[in-house]
Design a protein around this ligand. Structure first.
Ligand SMILES: [Zn+2]
Ligand SMILES: [Zn+2]
Length: 365
């Protein structure tokens, strides 16, 4: 099959033929309908994260089950699925407690090793192992994934658009509902209005937040944020966004989401908090980045800093529920998609994301 391979930040990504083995026990093969291009793919290409290479890129996607491995129940050929980059093991103490985004096997074996649950890869090229990226590798014609990472969704949902639910939307909405537990009437600031930030904004709207302040350096992005539920916008290109936020809400906010993940934006999110506020880190920084805050202020103001991995998602519950909310008209997702392009456009799509030009590009293999 054709797939987008990353080898080193010093080499362009390549579209080549790779071999994909049949699904093993507990796995399924999915024909990819669409794959979303996300900042986490960019971190890899820039060399800011160092997963095992070579790898097939992509961790957001949707498709159709075409082959089912031994022992899989609940999925059959023809099922429409959204891929989850946390494929819970179901056995570890976090999975048993229903906190699957913390799955021990995913955190210690699958993601760092570039493999599936049994510690091996189904991908190869000329006999050499090629790694999975976050257990998904969706920039390809097909993917073999653990069955727990292929979440069956309703047949009447537009399958290509639903790819977004697998990363950006689950991460953004989940950060609001699962990680932070934003209450009705809350005040919320969101730094960064890309695919994840706009999903945070929609999550905050669904949670009935009273004020939702969208902050970005690109006015077209905050303008879209206003259409998706933000009540106020701050153009951060020429101003100190903390001062601008405090002009709007002098007491600070109850929740500040950093949907970018730079040292500066994380520090800004903490400084935007009011009494009892929580800063939620959703966007991911490069490995080794350090941010600072004043512990005395945090303690005196009874504030919290929360990390949110994948929106603390429970894939099998949250992903179908998010699809339902889209079908009910509560979540707007078509608006997040800048373009649909062939697999060959992967490098160009990453370039556009690099300069902040696009919201979400869908690659259609
Ligand atoms: Zn992502
Ligand atoms: Zn687990």
């Amino acid at each position: 099959m054709r797939a987008v391979i990353f080898t080193s930040p010093d080499r362009p990504i390549e579209i080549v033929d790779v071999d994909l083995a049949d699904p093993g026990p507990g796995e399924v093969k999915v024909k990819i309908t669409a794959a979303g291009v996300c900042h986490s793919d960019l971190h890899v290409r820039r060399g800011e994260w160092q997963p095992p290479v070579p790898l097939v890129m992509g961790h957001e996607g949707s498709g159709v089950v075409v082959q089912v491995g031994a022992g899989v129940s609940g999925l059959v050929e023809g099922d429409h699925v959204v891929l989850s980059w946390v494929a819970p093991c179901g056995q570890c103490r976090h999975c048993r407690a229903g906190r699957e985004a913390r799955c021990q096997l995913v955190a210690t074996v699958v993601s760092p090793g570039g493999v599936l649950h049994d510690g091996t890869s189904r991908l190869s090229r000329d006999g050499e192992t090629v790694h999975h990226y976050l257990g998904v590798s969706s920039f390809a014609e097909y993917a073999v994934v653990p069955a727990s990472g292929a979440i069956r969704i309703r047949d009447d949902a537009p399958l290509d658009t639903m790819a977004l639910v697998g990363c950006a939307v689950a991460t953004g909405v989940g950060a609001v509902t699962n990680t932070a537990g934003v209450e009705p009437g809350s005040t919320v600031a969101v730094i960064g209005c890309g695919g994840v930030g706009l999903s945070v904004i929609q999550g905050a709207r669904l949670a009935a937040a009273e004020r939702i302040i969208a902050i970005d350096v690109r006015p077209e992005k905050t303008a879209l944020a206003m259409r998706l539920g933000a009540t106020d916008q701050i153009d951060a290109s020429g101003v100190d966004s903390v001062a601008a936020l405090l002009d709007l809400l002098p007491d600070g906010v109850d929740y500040a989401f950093d949907a970018i993940g730079k040292t500066t934006t994380t520090e800004q999110a903490i400084r935007m908090l009011g009494l009892g506020g929580a800063a939620v880190i959703v966007g991911l920084p490069p490995t080794g980045a350090r941010a600072s805050f004043e512990p005395l202020t945090l303690a005196e103001a009874d504030q919290r800093i929360l990390g949110s991995n994948y929106g603390s998602v429970r894939p099998a519950i949250d992903i179908p529920a998010l699809v339902d909310r889209f079908m009910a008209g509560d979540l707007l997702l078509e608006e997040l998609i800048s373009s649909r392009r062939p697999l060959d456009a992967a490098a160009a799509a990453l370039d556009e994301l690099e300069v902040g030009q696009s919201f979400r590009t869908l690659l259609i293999p």
